[in-house]
Design a protein. Structure first.
Length: 63
């Protein structure tokens, strides 16, 4: 089995449709979507700034 890791830059408020379209273009099976959180700041705790910069998408490639 071969796997490929994709990095998808995301703004959680605006990019839902872009992420959906990206996932639908992948050839293999999506194994996992892992969000990358910035270092937590006080502004993030209170919801003033976004918390996720990008997501890693792990894809299992077809044989």
């Amino acid at each position: 089995m071969k796997y490929q890791v994709h990095k998808f830059e995301i703004d959680m408020d605006k990019d839902q449709m872009a992420l959906q379209e990206y996932l639908n273009t992948l050839r293999g099976e999506v194994v996992s979507v892992i969000p990358h959180n910035r270092n937590v700041s006080l502004a993030q705790i209170y919801g003033v700034s976004r918390k996720i910069d990008f997501v890693f998408i792990i894809e299992k490639l077809p044989n």
